[in-house]
Design a protein around this ligand. Sequence first.
Ligand code: PLP
Length: 445
Amino acid sequence: MINPAELDLLRKALAVLADGFDDLPGFTPDFDVEAAGQILGRVAERMADNYPYFHPLYAGQMLKPPHAIARIAYALSLWINPNNHALDGGRASSAMEKECVVELGRLFGWDRPFGHLAGGGTMANLEALWVAGRLHPGKRVIASSQAHYTHHRICEVLGLPFDHVSAGPDGRMRLDALEAELKSGGVGTVVATIGTTGLGVLDPLPEILELAGRYGTRVHADAAYGGYFGLAGELGPTTRAGYDALGRVDSIVVDPHKHGLQPYGCGCVLFRDPGVGSFYKHDSPYTYFSSAELHLGEISLECSRPGAAAVALWATLQLFPLERGGEFAAMLDRSLLAAQDFSRRLDACESYRPVLEPELDIVVYAVDAGDTEAASRRAREVFAAAAAKDLHLSLIELPAALVCANLSGMTATTPAVTCLRSVLMKPEHADWVERIVSILEDCAG
Ligand SMILES: *Cc1c(COP(=O)(O)O)cnc(C)c1O
């Protein structure tokens, strides 16, 4: 689980950091090392009460371990504990954050992106929809019924009207339903999800952009999970077209703490038009004294933010530049291939039926049964039986209509169906698919 090289690297980097301050009079804070050691032993024991997220046999929720370099850089920065609200609180880490934002903007073809890091995708989407509301006060925000549940809630917080657009049996926003909403009027912003959290599919972005353009509506892309996949080589043509269109939206959210190898606390919001910066003006008397240079707090809703998140992301981007054909892109491709391989192998099993062909690295599969009630019961049984064999999956509730439209011979006896879901987001999953399927076969009995 722990590579001792990581601890060596941290110690060496800390020594370099301490050198940077060696002109100050000596000062080393003291504490009760023995008491702290005892408590930390108890902490470690308690932390072992977790699923093994770092292990390939964890094939459940959207949880990806941070890369060692991110973990080390994050830990290193805690000896400074920078605050990226203002340059007074985090000069170096603010500069690093601005460089990260440039790199993330390039991912979508934006040369001068306006944006910053945020606590996560929810905060980043809140900010994007806050700007949506400022630009179109009182107008509606619409998102597919498969969009992340937080969009509705964010709109409640912002006091913006919100409506769902139905998703088709393929899990993607229905274009006829979208056009009907746009025709009925009052829509300010359409949220297109680029990689839905449940099924891992893209809303049809080129068509959404075309319709939104015709009705004068803004488009926000929630690419919290899927944003990085534009770098991958193993995408189907429709998926590729979705990523190729991404640069034409008005704002984008991407979560480095999902697929970007970062510890939690790292989302990012980007706007195509830097003019939205004018919405952030405030006249707090106690910030922004140190210089005329941009303080990130001037363009973000949150005040204090961990500079550590920027430091970790910056270090990671040095090791893994966001390039097509690069090492990071190869990791994403391995996840895509793992999902395709997993889905094919499940399809060949008697007991399992993939609901959709995976578009990214999420596979949703039903346990075969004559009706949805039995399929749901069997999915919960497999979930528990697999966990007893150290294979950790996740469950998803889907509308029975969606599942039965894809799985012939299954009768809808309940409104929803419980299915199994595996997010194969660790590149190592590619080497474990065979073993995972063999455990699943044992579990189906
Ligand atoms: C995860 C996710 C979110 C929420 O992001 P957090 O970082 O968990 O706050 C929003 N949208 C999508 C599509 C997601 O996958």
